[in-house]
Design a protein around this ligand. Structure first.
Ligand code: SAH
Length: 499
C-alpha cells in the first residue's frame, strides 16, 4: 500500500525542497511504527530537477484484527477468513490516510520552519496512487478531485491482466497533477478523499472525526460540489455526525463567502460612489470601461464572474452584440437580488434566452464556464484570501480559458485620496487585500505567463500622477498558437544572444 509525491524544480528552487516541506530528509530512509504496521518514507529520486517521496505502509493484518476493527470488505465482516485475507495490506485506504497524517503532520498543517515561504506557495505536484479502492469508479474520482484544481487520471485496474474478459476490479490507478496547489492542501485532499473513495474505515468513527474533517477540509470542503457525499462517507455514514458536520460546514461557508456581506458590499460601493464627483460615479466608470473592453475584443458570449447583484449584467443586456451573458456568484442571496433587478421572471423570451445566472464558487473549476469569449472579474479577487487566489487563477485561466479576461481591483495607493478613509484601512471590511499597482502587475504578469495570455493595464477613474487611479484594470488576451510560438522563438533567441 503506497503512494508517491513528486515535484519538479530548478537550480534556484530545487525540487529537493520537498524534503524540507515534508520534514523528511531525502537522503535517509525512515520508518515509523503505527498501530497497524510500519510506515516507511523514502525518496526513489532526489535532485534539483525532480524529487519523489514515497510513503509505504506495511500493514500487519493480524494487528488489524487484534484491535478488533479490521473488517475485510471481500466478505461479510464476521467471516473469519475475511479478517485475515483482505485487501488492506495492498490498497490505499483509510490506513494510508492515517499514516499520511501522522508521518506528515506538520506538512499537512502547512508548517515549514526551514522554508516558511515555500510552504505557502503552490508547487508543481504529481501524486501517484497505484492501487486505490474506488467505490463509485473513475467518474467519482474525477468528480472529487477535479473541482479542486487537479488534472486527474483514474485508470481502472483489470481484475487479472491475464484474463481481460474478467473485466475491471474496483481499484483504479490514480495520478493527480497540479501546479496550483500547496503541499498542505494536496495532503489534506488525500487525507479526506482516499478514505472517502475506499468507503470503509478501519476504525470506529467517533465525534472527534467531525473536527478532523473540518480541519483537513479547511479552505476547500465548504462549497465543494460533492460536499455532502464527502462528509457522509468520511464519517462512515453516521447520520448524526454527518448532520453535525454539514451544519458546521454551512456556517463556515457562509462566513467564507460573502452571502451575509452582500448588502454591506453594496453599501460600500454606494459609499464609494458618493465620494466621487457627482456626474460619473466610480462604479459606473468601471462598468463603462469594462463594457468598452468587451466591445473592443468582439466578445459576444460573456461571463461576469462574481457578478454580485447584477449591475454589469444589466448594463450589458442593453447592447445586443452581447448574445449571451452569464452571471456567476457564490452568494445565493446576491443572485436572488440580481434576478429581481433584471426582472428575469417578467422578461420576454428572446431577452431571457440571452441571460443566465449561475451559482458557483470561482475557487473550483467548473465545466459550465468553458468556451466563452470573455470573462469579467470586477472587484472580486480582493474578496478571496490570498492562498485561495491560485485556485481562482486555475479555474479561470487554466480551466475556463476564455479568449479575453478583464480583472479590476482597487489600487491601494489611491486610498490616501479618499478623504473619509482612515490611513491604513482598506476600502471595505471584506477586502482580504488591496494591492499597489506594482503588486497587481506582478500578479497579472505571472498569471499571463503561466497560462499563455498577453496582458495590458488600464486606469479606471482619474489617473493621479502620484498615486495612480482608484481602480486598476488588467486586460488579458489569450495568445494564439502562432504568437505563442513566435514569443518562444524570440525568447530563446534572446537567451542564445545573452549566452
Ligand atoms: N462584480 C460586482 C460585485 C463585486 S463584490 C461589482 O463589480 O460590483 C464581490 C462579489 O464576488 C460578491 O458578490 C461575492 O459574493 C463574490 N464572490 C466572492 N468570492 C467568490 C467566490 N469564491 N466565487 C464566486 N463569487 C465570489
Amino acid at each position: 500500500m503506497f503512494l508517491t509525491i513528486s515535484t519538479t524544480g530548478t537550480a534556484e528552487r530545487p525540487a529537493t525542497d520537498l524534503g524540507f516541506l515534508l520534514h523528511k530528509h531525502p537522503e535517509k530512509a525512515q520508518a515509523f511504527s503505527t498501530s497497524y504496521g510500519t510506515a516507511h518514507v523514502l525518496y526513489p529520486e532526489a535532485d534539483a530537477e525532480r524529487c519523489t517521496a514515497a510513503l509505504l505502509l506495511e500493514v500487519d493484518p493480524v494487528a488489524l484484527v487484534r484491535r478488533g476493527k479490521g473488517k475485510g470488505r471481500g466478505g461479510a465482516p464476521d467471516a473469519a477468513l475475511a479478517q485475515y485475507v483482505n485487501d488492506r495490506p495492498y490498497a490505499a485506504s483509510s490506513l494510508l490516510a492515517v499514516a499520511l497524517s501522522s508521518v506528515f503532520s506538520s506538512a499537512m498543517r502547512g508548517v515549514c520552519t526551514a522554508r516558511p515561504e515555500r510552504a505557502a506557495e503552490p508547487l508543481p505536484l504529481c501524486i501517484d496512487v497505484p492501487s486505490l479502492p474506488a467505490r463509485g469508479g473513475p467518474g467519482l474520482v474525477r468528480a472529487l478531485f477535479e473541482p479542486l484544481g487537479w488534472t486527474v487520471s483514474a485508470e481502472p485496474v483489470a481484475l487479472d491482466s491475464e484474463f481481460p474478459e474478467w473485466g475491471d476490479s474496483r481499484y483504479v490507478r490514480l495520478v493527480l497533477q497540479s501546479q496550483a496547489l500547496t503541499l498542505s492542501a494536496a495532503l489534506r485532499h488525500l487525507y479526506v478523499l482516499l478514505p472517502v473513495l475506499d468507503d470503509a474505515k478501519h476504525y470506529w468513527v467517533s465525534a472527534d472525526e467531525v473536527d478532523k474533517l473540518l480541519r483537513a477540509g479547511e479552505g476547500w470542503l465548504p462549497g465543494h460540489p460533492e460536499q455532502k457525499l464527502i462528509t457522509s462517507r468520511f464519517l462512515s455514514r453516521r447520520w448524526s455526525l454527518t448532520r453535525q458536520a454539514m451544519e458546521r460546514l454551512e456556517l463556515v461557508r457562509l462566513a467564507e463567502t460573502d452571502d451575509a456581506d452582500v448588502e454591506e458590499i453594496d453599501n460600500a460601493v454606494a459609499a464609494e460612489t458618493e465620494e466621487e464627483e457627482k456626474p460619473t460615479p466610480l462604479a459606473v466608470q468601471r462598468r463603462d470601461a469594462i463594457t468598452a473592453v468587451l466591445q473592443e475584443t468582439d466578445a459576444a458570449r460573456v461571463l461576469d464572474l462574481g457578478c454580485g447583484q447584477g449591475q454589469l449584467v444589466q448594463a450589458l443586456l442593453k447592447d445586443t452584440r452581447f448574445t449571451e451573458i452569464v452571471g456567476v456568484d457564490v452568494s445565493v442571496r446576491a443572485l436572488t437580488i440580481a434576478s429581481r433587478r433584471l426582472k428575469l421572471d417578467r422578461m420576454g423570451e428572446r431577452q431571457a434566452a440571452r441571460v443566465k445566472l449561475l451559482q458557483g464558487s470561482l475557487a473550483y473549476t467548473d465545466t459550465r464556464l468553458k468556451g466563452y469569449d470573455a470573462a469579467v472579474l470586477s472587484e472580486v479577487i480582493e474578496h478571496l484570501d490570498l492562498p485561495r487566489l491560485p485556485a481562482l487563477e486555475y479555474a479561470v485561466f487554466g480551466s475556463a480559458r476564455p479568449r479575453a479576461v478583464v480583472v479590476t481591483t482597487p489600487n491601494v495607493e489611491y486610498n490616501v485620496r479618499w478623504e473619509s478613509l482612515p490611513a491604513g484601512h482598506v476600502r471595505h471590511g471584506d477586502h482580504r487585500f488591496e494591492w499597489t499597482r506594482e503588486e497587481f502587475r506582478a500578479w497579472a504578469d505571472a498569471v499571463a505567463e503561466r497560462h499563455g495570455y498577453d496582458v495590458e493595464f488600464r486606469p479606471v477613474g482619474p489617473d493621479d500622477p502620484e498615486v495612480g487611479p482608484p481602480t486598476q484594470m488588467a486586460v488579458f488576451l489569450k495568445k494564439t498558437e502562432k504568437t505563442e510560438k513566435l514569443d518562444k522563438a524570440e525568447k530563446s533567441e534572446k537567451e542564445a544572444k545573452a549566452a
